[in-house]
Write a protein that binds this ligand. Structure first.
Ligand SMILES: [Zn+2]
Ligand SMILES: [Zn+2]
Length: 446
C-alpha cells in the first residue's frame, strides 16, 4: 500500500547527487562547541530498552537485540529529532506533531475552562497551518516556532520553491531544524551521527546551495526582527518586564549575539548540504493512519498531487508494518498510498539497517510523529534488528532498483539472496525452453 513512492520523477538535478555511501564505520564526531552543549537525546538508548548499538559485518552500525524479544513487543518509542508536515497535508495535520486535525473543526480558540478535546490553534505561519492544541503550540513555540514567527513571511520564497518543485520536503525540514538549533532545542551537529552522503570532491548540488541562500535570507531577517523587538523593549521571550530592564536587555543582546554566530558560523552552506544529504538517506516519510476521522479526515485526495510529486522522495523510508498497512487500508479511500503526512528525522531508528524480511515494524501508531518500533516476529538475543526501508511487498527486481537508486546499496538480505537464486533457476529454465526472458531490462513490449 505504501509503495510507489518513487515514480520516474526524481529530478535530474537531484539525480546528480549519486554517490551515496553510508559512512557507517565513521565514529560519530561531535563538535564540542558551545552550540553543541545540549547533546541530542535522540541517540541515547533508554534504560531497559531491549537492544544495543553494535557493528554489523557488512552494513556498519546496527541495532541488536540484547535479549529475546517476543513478537509484538514494544522496542522503542522515538520522538523525532525534527518533523515537518507535507505541504499538501499542512491544513490537515498539526504543524508540530503531525497529529491529524479533524478538518471540520474550525481553528477556534477555546480559552477558559479546560475543554475535553483541545481545540486546534492557528499556527500564524504559514497559511492554514494549525497546532493540535494549546499544549503542542506552547511546546512548539519553545522548540522552533517562536523563531519561525520572527522570520515572518521571509520563508515564503523557500516554501514556494518547494511547491513549485512538486512538493520538496527536505528544505522545509532543514529550515525547521535551523529554527530548532537557534532555539537551542537541538544542537547544530545533532544530525551528524546519521548516515551521510559522500559527494564527489567539490561537488555540492547547486539547487541545495540556492535553497540555503534562501534560508539564510530568512534567518537574517529573523535576526533583525528580533533585534528590533529587543530595542522596542518587547523582547521575544515574553517577560513581563519590570525593574531589571538593563539586565533583560543585556541578556537579549547576548542571545542575539549567540544567534548571529549560529546563523553565520554553524548554519553554513556546508551544514545545509550535509543535513539535506543525510535527510535523503535517513528521513522517514511519516504516514499517520487516517483512522476514524469523521469528516474528510483524509484531507484532499492524493490525486492532484499524485503519488510522485516529489523529487525529494529520494531516500525516504517507508514502513512495511503490516498493522500499519491494515490501518491504512481500513482508512478512508483517500488514495493514501504515496501521500505522506510529513517527513521526519529520528536518532536511534536511523541506526536500523534494512531487510526485505524485516524483524521490526516501524509505524506511527501513537497518532503523531512519534515512531513506534515493535517486533514483527520473535527475535533471538543477539540478532540484528532490521526494518524495511521500502515496500517489502514489491518484487525482487523493484526492491533492488529502489534500494540501489535511493539508498545506494545492493540488498544482500536472506530473502533477496533466496529470490535471486529462484530467479537464476527460472532464467535457466526459461532459456532452456526458448521462452523470452521476463526480466525488465529485456522486455520492450508494454
Ligand atoms: Zn500537535
Ligand atoms: Zn533484500
Amino acid at each position: 500500500m505504501a509503495a510507489a513512492r518513487r515514480g520516474a520523477c526524481v529530478s535530474i538535478a537531484r539525480a546528480r547527487r549519486l554517490f551515496f555511501s553510508c559512512a557507517v564505520a565513521r565514529s560519530t564526531e561531535r563538535a564540542a562547541s558551545e552550540d553543541d552543549a545540549r547533546g541530542s537525546p535522540s541517540f541515547a538508548i533508554p534504560d531497559g530498552a531491549p537492544f544495543f548499538l553494535g557493528k554489523t559485518d557488512a552494513s556498519g552500525r546496527g541495532l541488536f537485540a540484547s535479549r529475546a524479544i517476543a513478537r509484538g513487543e514494544l522496542i522503542l518509542r522515538a520522538p523525532p529529532l525534527v518533523a515537518h508536515p507535507a505541504l499538501d497535508a499542512i491544513a490537515d495535520v498539526c504543524y508540530a506533531c503531525l497529529r491529524r486535525i479533524p478538518s471540520a473543526t474550525a481553528p477556534t480558540r477555546d480559552d477558559g475552562s479546560g475543554p475535553k478535546k483541545p481545540a486546534p490553534v492557528a499556527a500564524e505561519v504559514p497559511d492554514g497551518a494549525r497546532f493540535c492544541g494549546e499544549r503542542c503550540a506552547t511546546d512548539a513555540s519553545a522548540r522552533f516556532h517562536a523563531w519561525e514567527r520572527s522570520v515572518g513571511d521571509a520563508l515564503a520564497p523557500l516554501r514556494r520553491r518547494c511547491e513549485d518543485h512538486g512538493g520538496l520536503k527536505f528544505p522545509l525540514l532543514a529550515a525547521r531544524l535551523a529554527f530548532a538549533v537557534l532555539s537551542t532545542s537541538v544542537a547544530a551537529r545533532d544530525a551528524d551521527a546519521l548516515c551521510r552522503v559522500n559527494f564527489p570532491p567539490g561537488v555540492a548540488p547547486e539547487d541545495w546551495l540556492e535553497e540555503h541562500a534562501m534560508l539564510k535570507v530568512a534567518l537574517s531577517r529573523g535576526l533583525a526582527i528580533r533585534r528590533l523587538a529587543d530595542a522596542r523593549g518587547g523582547g521575544t521571550g515574553g517577560g513581563g518586564g519590570g525593574g531589571e530592564d538593563d539586565a533583560q536587555l543585556a541578556a537579549a543582546a547576548g542571545d542575539r549575539e549567540r544567534e548571529a554566530r549560529v546563523v553565520d558560523g554553524a548554519l553554513t552552506p556546508e551544514w545545509y548540504v550535509g543535513v539535506v544529504g543525510r535527510m535523503h538517506l535517513n528521513a522517514f516519510r511519516v504516514e499517520i493512519p487516517a483512522i476514524v476521522d469523521g469528516g474528510r479526515g483524509g484531507g484532499g485526495c492524493g490525486h492532484e498531487h499524485g503519488g510522485e510529486r516529489g523529487g525529494e522522495r529520494g531516500g525516504e523510508r517507508v514502513s512495511s508494518s503490516s498493522a500499519f498497512r491494515d490501518a491504512m487500508e481500513a482508512a478512508l479511500s483517500s488514495v493514501a498510498s504515496g501521500r505522506g503526512t510529513g517527513s521526519a528525522l529520528y536518532g536511534l531508528p536511523s541506526m536500523l539497517n534494512h531487510s526485505c524480511d524485516p524483524s521490526v515494524d516501524a509505524a506511527w501508531t501513537d497518532g503523531d510523529a512519534t515512531l513506534v518500533l515493535t517486533a514483527r516476529r520473535d527475535v533471538a538475543a543477539g540478532e540484528e534488528l532490521r526494518i524495511s526501508y521500502i515496500d517489502a511487498d514489491a518484487s525482487a527486481s523493484a526492491r533492488r532498483e529502489t534500494l540501489r537508486h535511493a539508498y545506494g546499496f545492493e540488498c544482500g538480505c536472506e530473502r533477496c539472496v533466496e529470490e535471486a537464486g529462484d530467479d537464476a533457476n527460472a532464467n535457466a529454465n526459461a532459456n532452456a525452453s526458448e521462452s523470452e526472458s521476463s526480466r525488465d531490462s529485456t522486455s520492450l513490449a508494454s
